[in-house]
Design a protein around this ligand. Structure first.
Ligand SMILES: Cc1cc2nc3c(=O)[nH]c(=O)nc-3n(C[C@H](O)[C@H](O)[C@H](O)COP(=O)(O)OP(=O)(O)OC[C@H]3O[C@@H](n4cnc5c(N)ncnc54)[C@H](O)[C@@H]3O)c2cc1C
Length: 259
């Protein structure tokens, strides 16, 4: 296991966080001995610097292999690369991954998805340092999965029939997203409701603290105008939760992970 220096104000999609040394996990033995927090593509993270023990998967975990009726994907692979592979090999069920930023490891942990499709749909099993866990052994739901360890590989069942129309449809569904740096949706949608709507109703759409604001384009996107600080982000998140609770009685749960 070697160390690598990452500037999270450049690496993370929300462009926040310190410069830190992280451990690079190169094999299963490293994964077994590492006892810190694992970072994927940092598309869903606010890194505060409080936890100094961060790890990242090395390029050994960037692979995709088609074997009989299964697809084996290293957890460091990006969604975009899986999508391209699925398209080229005429596989169905990966169209939504085309527009999702992040690694397969991060997507498993978040059960990432779009418009009713999510990463657990075609999943068969996840490989960890001590072996495979079947999907049925992993508790999961809307935007969460209790992996209980570092995911090293995902195994998917495959069906033929890549669907370009579905891909275009899903791509268009993302057109209302702001272009400023963000970590995607800040809060999870409460049951039968929308976090963005609740934020707007609480008067927080467009609200800004320092360089961070809830976007005018989509209120559930916490965006960085370039000079945002971790402290601004934490303050505005807390304020939004308070305002929404006061206004509508709903306690917004974070989708973004603060580590
Ligand atoms: C513009 C934008 C749009 C987005 N749109 C969507 C969307 O439509 N739908 C959606 O679901 N998400 C969306 N996201 C969020 C993001 O794409 C997903 O959450 C994605 O799964 C993050 O992957 P990551 O590799 O960057 O994970 P990270 O952000 O690095 O980590 C997320 C979590 O996964 C854990 N993790 C990472 N790797 C592993 C591993 N190998 N094993 C175990 N745990 C691991 C981390 O510890 C952390 O808890 C969006 C983000 C952005 C910036």
């Amino acid at each position: 296991m070697h160390k690598k220096t990452i500037d999270f104000s450049k690496y993370s999609s929300i462009r926040l966080g310190p410069v830190m040394d992280v451990s690079v996990i190169e094999n299963e033995a490293d994964a077994k001995s590492f006892d810190g927090l694992i970072v994927g593509g940092a598309y869903n993270l606010i890194v505060t610097g409080k936890n100094q023990n961060l790890g990242i998967l090395g390029e050994e975990f960037e692979y995709v292999r088609l074997e009989e009726d299964k697809l084996y994907v290293g957890a460091a692979m990006s969604g975009g690369r899986i999508f391209s592979f699925a398209k080229k090999n005429d596989l169905a069920g990966f169209e939504f991954i085309g527009g999702l930023p992040g690694t397969i490891g991060g997507m498993l942990s978040m059960n990432a998805g779009l418009k009713g499709q999510e990463i657990f749909n075609n999943l068969v099993a996840v490989k960890f340092a001590d072996g495979y866990k079947q999907k049925s052994e992993i508790e999961h739901g809307y935007r969460y999965a209790k992996l209980g360890g570092i995911a090293l590989e995902a195994v998917f069942e495959i069906k033929n029939g890549y669907d370009e129309v579905l891909y275009e449809e899903l791509k268009n569904a993302r057109k209302n997203q702001p272009k400023n740096p963000s970590a995607g949706s800040c809060f999870k949608n409460p049951l039968n409701n929308f976090a963005g709507k609740l934020i707007e109703e609480a008067g927080m759409k467009g609200y800004q603290i320092g360089g961070m604001a809830f976007s005018e384009i989509h209120a559930n996107f916490l965006v960085n105008f370039g000079n945002g600080k971790v402290e601004d982000a934490l303050e505005i998140i807390e304020l939004a939760q308070k305002k929404v609770l006061e206004n509508s009685g709903v306690k917004l749960e974070l989708e973004v992970k603060i580590i």
